[in-house]
Design a protein. Structure first.
Length: 335
C-alpha cells in the first residue's frame, strides 16, 4: 500500500540522502497545524533514530504551540537557525511553497532542500522533491519513510503521526481519507497510540477563551451569494476581549462550512503583520469547500496562497468588504 503519486526514484533519492547526510534542519510552514507539527516531530525523531545531528526550527511567532499540540513536544523546537546552517540539509515538511515558511534563512542558506509534502499545488521548490498528492497527510509520507529506512515507529513518533493523520483527514471524514489512511491508523494504534486521549486533547477540554471567540465569530457571520458563501471575520479586538490566542480560532471554520447551502466557507482573522513585535495588521483567510464542485486551493492561489481542493488559505491586506467581494467573484467564476 505504498504512495502511488510520488515516483519511486524520488523516494529512493530521499531515503539515500537521509541515510547519507549527517546534519539536518527540519522545518514546516508558518502557523503550523496538526499535520505540520506531527510531521515535523516525527521526521525529526526519525533522523535522530538514524543517529543524525538534527535541529527542528519553527518561526519566531509560532511558539508556544497551541494547547492541542503541546503534548507532542518530544523534540526541542528552536526559533533560531543553527550557526552551521550552510552545512546542513533542510527538510521541509507539509510546505506547499517557500512563501509559507517563516524561517527565512533556511530558504536560501541551507546546503540543500528536501521537500516532503502532499499538497497537489506544491511548487516543487526543493533540490529533491517527494510530493505525494494522493497522501492523506504529510504524516502519511513520513510514516512510510520510517518503513523505507527500516526504522521502527516508536510510541512518541506514532502519537505525532496520528495527530497529523486525524487532523488532516477531519477525523477520517474528509475526501482524502482512503484505505491507506485507515491502515496507517491501525498500524499506529498497534504501536500503542490510544485514540481517545488524542481526541480529547485535540477537540475537548476547550478553554473559555476559545468558546467566547467562537461566539463572536458566529455573531458576525455573513451569508453571501444567495447563501453559497458563508463568511466571518475575527478582529483584533475580539482576541483582546476574550483573551484568546490566534490558535483558539482553529475549528471555527468547520462551523461555517456546515451551514445549509454553503459551497464556500471563509474565516478571516486579523493577525499582527509582524509576529515578533505585534505591529501592524494583516488578514489571514482560511477556506473550506463543502465538496460542491469548488476547488478552494484555486481561490487561495488567486489570493497569493495555496492548499488543498477542500482546505486552503491565503494572507491579504484587503478590508472586509473588498475581501467578501473577491470571494464572491471567485465563487461565481468557479461555476
Amino acid at each position: 500500500m505504498s504512495l502511488v503519486d510520488a515516483s519511486r526514484d524520488a523516494r529512493r533519492t530521499v531515503t539515500e540522502l537521509l541515510r547519507g547526510e549527517d546534519r539536518f534542519v527540519t522545518v514546516t510552514h508558518e502557523h503550523p497545524d496538526g499535520d505540520a507539527i506531527g510531521s515535523l516531530v516525527a521526521a525529526t525523531r526519525l533522523l535522530q533514530a538514524l543517529g543524525k545531528d538534527v535541529v527542528a526550527v519553527v518561526g519566531p511567532g509560532d511558539l508556544p504551540l497551541s494547547r492541542e499540540y503541546a503534548g507532542l513536544m518530544t523534540v526541542d523546537l528552536q526559533t533560531e537557525v543553527p550557526a552551521d546552517l550552510a552545512d546542513r540539509t533542510a527538510v521541509f515538511l507539509d510546505c506547499g511553497n517557500l512563501d509559507r515558511m517563516a524561517v527565512l534563512p533556511v530558504r536560501t542558506d541551507a546546503r540543500r532542500i528536501v521537500n516532503i509534502d502532499h499538497h497537489h499545488d506544491n511548487t516543487r521548490f526543493g533540490d529533491v522533491d517527494l510530493v505525494a498528492a494522493d497522501a492523506s497527510s504529510c504524516c502519511e509520507i513520513v510514516w512510510e519513510l520510517f518503513a523505507d529506512l527500516g526504522v521502527p515507529v516508536d510510541l512518541d513518533s506514532a502519537k505525532a503521526l496520528y495527530v497529523g493523520l486525524v487532523t488532516d483527514t477531519g477525523q477520517f471524514m474528509y475526501e482524502n481519507t482512503g484505505e491507506r489512511a485507515h491502515r496507517m491508523a491501525a498500524d499506529l494504534i498497534a504501536v500503542g497510540v490510544d485514540p481517545f486521549p488524542v481526541y480529547r486533547a485535540l477537540y475537548e477540554n476547550v478553554p473559555w477563551s476559545k468558546l467566547a471567540l467562537l461566539g463572536r465569530a458566529i455573531a458576525r457571520v455573513r451569508h453571501e451569494a444567495d447563501g453559497q458563501l458563508t463568511f466571518a471575520l475575527i478582529r483584533r479586538e475580539d482576541y483582546e476581549a476574550t483573551q484568546a490566542e490566534d490558535t483558539d480560532s482553529e475549528g471555527i471554520i468547520d462551523h461555517l462550512r456546515t451551514l445549509a447551502g454553503t459551497r464556500l466557507a471563509a474565516l478571516a482573522r486579523e493577525v499582527p503583520a509582524d509576529p515578533v513585535t505585534g505591529a501592524g495588521v494583516r488578514t489571514k483567510v482560511s477556506l473550506r469547500s463543502s465538496g460542491a464542485g469548488i476547488d478552494v486551493s484555486a481561490i487561495a492561489r488567486a489570493g497569493g496562497g495555496g492548499g488543498h481542493p477542500q482546505a486552503a488559505g491565503f494572507t491579504t491586506d484587503m478590508g472586509e468588504d473588498e475581501l467578501v467581494a473577491f470571494l464572491r467573484t471567485q465563487l461565481r467564476d468557479a461555476g
